[in-house]
Design a protein around this ligand. Structure first.
Ligand code: GRF
Length: 208
């Protein structure tokens, strides 16, 4: 059984999808042992506590340097005996210490089809605003490993979602979450926990 630590900053609907997947048995070989938020006020913390999951706050602002933040986060991950780190709407940048220690063991969910609408500055509602501004007819979500390059690590799974004529960023965000993110993230986590993902030459190979 792998220990999963989920890093969050906001509402935590993706965290909820993971909790539900664990309860329903979709994720069999992993359990969420700890939730760490970069913000004290994140509702995701409440979701963790309601489900008897250890909930902590490690805020970038409370450390002098990015390195201090990196060390603190790494020490919390180790304390929780973390095997897999899941970024579920985590808005702080991970430092070299965490990235190195957990290479190919950090999974992120991004609300677009990478390599479109991703990279520095593309987070939250802004991604969907840009999708609508460009006028693409299909968007979606991507689950990928985290590397030094923002949104640039090996892709694990993607799901397409239709963009509709009258969409607002909020409506589109909701559709991408419902149709893609909340299914894709538990699926990728279960693949990882079952030992079915291999990374070779910067790409993933899934064992079916
Ligand atoms: C999601 O859209 C996720 O793709 C992005 O941040 C958002 C987090 O939402 N990285 P929630 O906190 O899981 O509800």
């Amino acid at each position: 059984m792998l220990n999963i630590t989920v890093l969050v900053s906001g509402g935590g609907t993706n965290l909820q999808a993971l909790i539900d997947a664990q309860k329903s048995g979709t994720i069999k070989n992993g359990r969420i042992k700890c939730v760490i938020s970069s913000r004290e006020s994140a509702y995701a913390l409440e979701r963790a506590r309601k489900n008897n999951i250890e909930a902590k706050v490690v805020s970038r602002k409370s450390f002098k340097t990015p390195d201090d933040f990196d060390h603190a986060l790494l020490s919390e991950l180790k304390q929780a005996e973390t095997d897999l780190v899941v970024l579920a709407g985590f808005l702080s940048i991970l430092g070299a210490g965490v990235l190195c220690e957990y290479e190919n063991r950090i999974i992120n969910i991004h609300p677009s089809l990478i390599p479109s609408f991703c990279g520095p500055g593309f987070y939250g509602l802004h991604v969907h605003e840009e999708v609508l501004k460009y006028g693409v007819k299909v968007t979606g979500a991507t689950v990928h490993f985290v590397s030094k390059v923002v949104d640039g690590g090996a892709i694990i799974a993607q799901k397409a979602v239709e963009v509709k004529q009258d969409d607002t960023p909020e409506i589109l965000q909701r559709r991408v979450m419902e149709q893609a993110e909340w299914k894709l993230l538990p699926y990728a986590v279960s693949l990882f926990c079952d030992g079915r993902i291999q990374v070779k030459d910067g790409r993933t190979i899934i064992k079916y």
